[in-house]
Write a protein that binds this ligand. Structure first.
Ligand SMILES: Cc1cc2nc3c(=O)[nH]c(=O)nc-3n(C[C@H](O)[C@H](O)[C@H](O)COP(=O)(O)OP(=O)(O)OC[C@H]3O[C@@H](n4cnc5c(N)ncnc54)[C@H](O)[C@@H]3O)c2cc1C
Length: 324
């Protein structure tokens, strides 16, 4: 028999956005259910050192932070479900979502916090050196490369912004692009070309991230010229892959409005989506900041928006019943 769980507040995703929404939702008495998805704890469970989440003087570990957030959410009454949602019906309330276990989840409101995943080049050496010199987030990891040589791979806005950001820490930033011109906005390109700390390598693709062995991590990148096939090597301590992100929104296509890059559209200054009672927070609706603390911040907003929505809906229902 199919199991069914009902809640006032259903939350999809257990990264900083979903768990913060759960903490606020639970403390508002909404007994949230969090469907955790295939990555309980979200993206931060894939990293080690986190130095920019407020409240911790020393460097903390990403997986530890997420365990603490989950424990805090459970402590105040949120319930975690080990399941991944595969079907949604948002045409009427309660919203009806189905997990790949077959379990049905009914929610008076829905908070979508399914995050976004960085796109990677797909090289074996990249996998081996992730967190050991290879990263997809300059804001997160740039600080660890103070005074060191770094490279950024990509040619769009993200790559140019990451390269510019890294000049705060490094005098030696190389931007590697497989074509002979950037897709990035002109104004960003002007800032890039005016910055003496950045040099550009055109028509080069990454063949391999080079492992220094032992505890050394990344020591260089092997490049191939996309026009001549010529191989070359550059020495770097950090390599930042900046070729974009995939927001986890396929499930919601046709159900809530998405923007041209497939992020969930929200009303400015709120977490309200195109469907009343459905809220979105964290990286799934934010292509600008993409940080744990901003995800947590919008998670808080989503829970508060949802709580107000329910209070208004309850008031209208009672007023309607009284009039009958
Ligand atoms: C390697 C790495 C290092 C980073 N370092 C830092 C750092 O130092 N500081 C910092 O501030 N930020 C850092 N970030 C960025 C930060 O992790 C993200 O901004 C943040 O995790 C976004 O939180 P989120 O809750 O929006 O989504 P995510 O953390 O992406 O979580 C998404 C959640 O949704 C769930 N989910 C997805 N689809 C479904 C579904 N169909 N059903 C149910 N659940 C689903 C997933 O299982 C997951 O639990 C780093 C990111 C990476 C990848």
């Amino acid at each position: 028999m199919t199991a069914t769980h009902s809640t006032r507040m259903l939350i999809l995703g257990s990264g900083p956005a979903g768990l913060t929404a759960a903490i606020y939702g639970a403390r508002a008495g909404l007994a949230p259910i969090v469907v955790q998805g295939i990555q309980p704890g979200g993206q931060l469970t894939t990293t080690t050192d986190v130095e920019n989440y407020p409240g911790f003087r020393e460097v903390i570990q990403g997986p530890w932070l997420m365990e603490e957030m989950q424990a805090q959410a459970e402590h105040v009454g949120a319930q975690m479900m080990w399941d991944t949602i595969t079907q949604v019906d948002l045409t009427q309330r309660p919203f009806r979502l189905t997990g790949d276990s077959g379990t049905v989840y009914l929610g008076d409101v829905l908070v979508i916090a399914t995050g976004a995943q960085a796109k990677w080049l797909g090289l074996d050496s990249e996998d081996l050196l992730k967190g050991k010199g290879v990263s997809a987030c300059a804001t997160c990891d740039g600080f660890f490369y103070r005074g060191k040589k770094v490279a950024v791979i990509g040619g769009g806005n993200t790559a140019v912004e990451e390269a510019l950001y890294l000049t705060n820490h490094s005098h030696d930033v190389t931007l590697i692009h497989r074509r002979d011109s950037f897709r990035a906005e002109k104004i960003l390109q002007q800032r890039l070309f005016a910055n003496e700390r950045i040099k550009v390598l055109w028509n080069k693709q990454v063949n391999r991230f080079i492992d220094g062995g032992g505890t050394a991590g990344l020591v260089g990148i092997e490049l191939e010229d996309t026009q001549t096939g010529e191989l070359s090597t550059i020495e770097v301590d950090g390599g930042f892959v900046a070729i974009g992100h995939h927001p986890a929104t396929e499930l919601f296509r046709g159900h809530v409005s998405l923007d041209d890059d497939s992020y969930i559209k929200v009303e400015p200054g709120s977490t309200r989506t195109s469907v009343p009672g459905v809220f979105a927070c964290g990286d799934v609706m934010d292509k600008t900041y993409r940080q744990a603390v901003t995800a947590a911040g919008t998670g808080c907003m989503a829970a508060l928006d949802a709580e107000r929505f329910l209070a208004e809906a309850d008031f209208e229902t009672k007023a309607h019943e009284a009039a009958e």
